[in-house]
Structures are given as C-alpha cells and as structure tokens.
Design a protein around this ligand. Structure first.
Ligand code: F6R
Length: 236
C-alpha cells in the first residue's frame, strides 16, 4: 500500500487526477470505477481541465459507478447519475453509452444488481477504482456489518450516512434510506485502487481502516489486502 499525505485538497486532487490520467493514457479503453461525494470533485475538475486542453482523451474509456440511491432517477438532481453527468461526464469527451451507474429505479432491484455485476464482468473488470471513504469506514455504500457483502446489493443506509448525506438535501427526511452499491468482489478485483480522503475528520477512520484489524465493522479495512492500492490524504 502506498499512503501519501499532502497538505491541501488541491494537491490531493491533482495527484489523484495524475494517477487516473496515467491509467487512461497507458490504456485508452480503461474501465474506470468512479465515486460521487465531495472528495472527488476536485479530481474531476482537474481531469476536465486536462481533457479540455487535449492532454487526456476519454473517447474510449468506460466508467462504472459504485452506487446509486434507490428511487431517484437520473433527472433528480440528488441522484448519483445526475451528479456524475453534471460534474464530470458532460464536460469530457466520453461516450455517454459507456458510462454505467446502477439504476435505482429499476422495477426489479435484485435483477438490476445481478445485471450490474454481469456488466462489470462483461467489461473485463475494473482497471482503476476511485474510492472515497465514509466516516464510519464505508466504501461505496458498503456499510459496517457483521460480514463483507460480495456482490452488488441493496443496502439500508446507516443513520450516520443519512445524516452526512443530508447536507446535499433540504432536510434529512428527504435523504433516501436505501441504495444500490457495488459489493466487495468488484472493488477488490479492480486491478488498481485509488482512495482519496480529505480533512482532519477523516484521519481517525483512515487510521483504523488502514492500520487496524481487517473487519467488516470497518468495510474499508478489507482494502489492506489489495495488492495495488494508493491512498492520498490531504490534511486541510
Ligand atoms: C459515493 C461513495 C461514498 C463516498 C463517501 C465519502 O459514491 O462511494 O462511499 O465516497 O461517503 O463521501 P464524501 O467524499 O462526500 O466525504
């Protein structure tokens, strides 16, 4: 594991964008696993900038997102599909048909989970997975539990996650209580993992996740077993 600490969010975002662009330059048809949330926004901005300058080309890239709220469709400005379109996909030269986000409005959610995993397998797995980390150690929406969940599945979000995510909604009541998330198999089978985190409030959970015991009570701790993971933490 490479654990890099930098002093500013801007430096973290630039380092992360460097790693992602190196991946896409070396393998233009890379399958990129992507995350939403506040942390990757700077990384996406940097990649958009390099794409505009012609330094990085996403025309052959494929993306698979980690998660989506149940019952929010792509037109809902709180859905993760909307977030990805607005903050990344609409600004780069990617083929929208090659961007995949779980469908939280599927009539049969179990079937959607199965389909999502099959699609990842069909694509040959993930080349580089970008992750954030929740205060309780969740990755994607894999919440602390008694066991690690392997496949894409439906989760009941923990109270702390609903609370943390309520900053994007007008009230906590509006935050969906269920989501679809990729499971640990697709994440752990990614050839490379890049986890980014920023701010002092994340320091404690990073320490537990990467330097403590491996336990499903801290889902991110499983990443210690990954052979090629880089963590970039910014202190500010
Ligand atoms: C979102 C996701 C979540 C976030 C985590 C941290 O797609 O996978 O696990 O990465 O909740 O969110 P932020 O970056 O907002 O602190």
């Amino acid at each position: 594991m490479k654990f890099i600490t930098v002093d500013t969010y801007a430096k973290m975002s630039r380092r992360a964008a460097n790693i992602i662009s190196a991946q896409v330059i070396l393998k233009p048809d890379s399958v990129l696993g992507l995350a939403t949330g506040s942390t990757p926004l700077g990384t996406y901005k940097q990649l958009i900038d390099w794409n505009e300058k012609g330094d990085i080309d996403f025309s052959q890239a494929v993306t698979v997102n980690l998660d989506e709220y149940v019952a929010l469709d792509s037109s809902n400005n709180q859905s993760y599909r909307f977030f990805m379109n607005k903050n990344f996909f609409e600004h780069i030269n990617i083929n929208m048909n090659n961007t995949f986000v779980p469908n939280g409005c599927a009539a049969d959610l179990e079937e959607e989970c199965k389909r999502y995993d099959e699609n990842i397998s069909r694509l040959g797995g993930i080349d580089l997975q970008l992750l954030g980390i929740g205060h309780d150690g969740h990755i994607g929406f894999n919440e602390p539990d008694k066991y690690f969940v392997k496949n894409t599945h439906i989760v009941d979000l923990h109270e702390s996650t609903v609370k943390a995510n309520s900053r994007f909604f007008s009230s906590e009541d509006e935050v969906p209580k269920r989501a679809i998330t990729m499971g640990m198999v697709s994440i752990m089978q990614a050839k490379k993992i890049l986890l980014i985190a920023s701010g002092k409030a994340k320091r404690d959970i990073l320490e537990k996740a990467f330097f403590g015991p491996i336990t499903p009570e801290i889902p991110a701790s499983i990443l210690q077993l990954h052979p090629d993971i880089t963590v970039i933490y910014s202190e500010d």
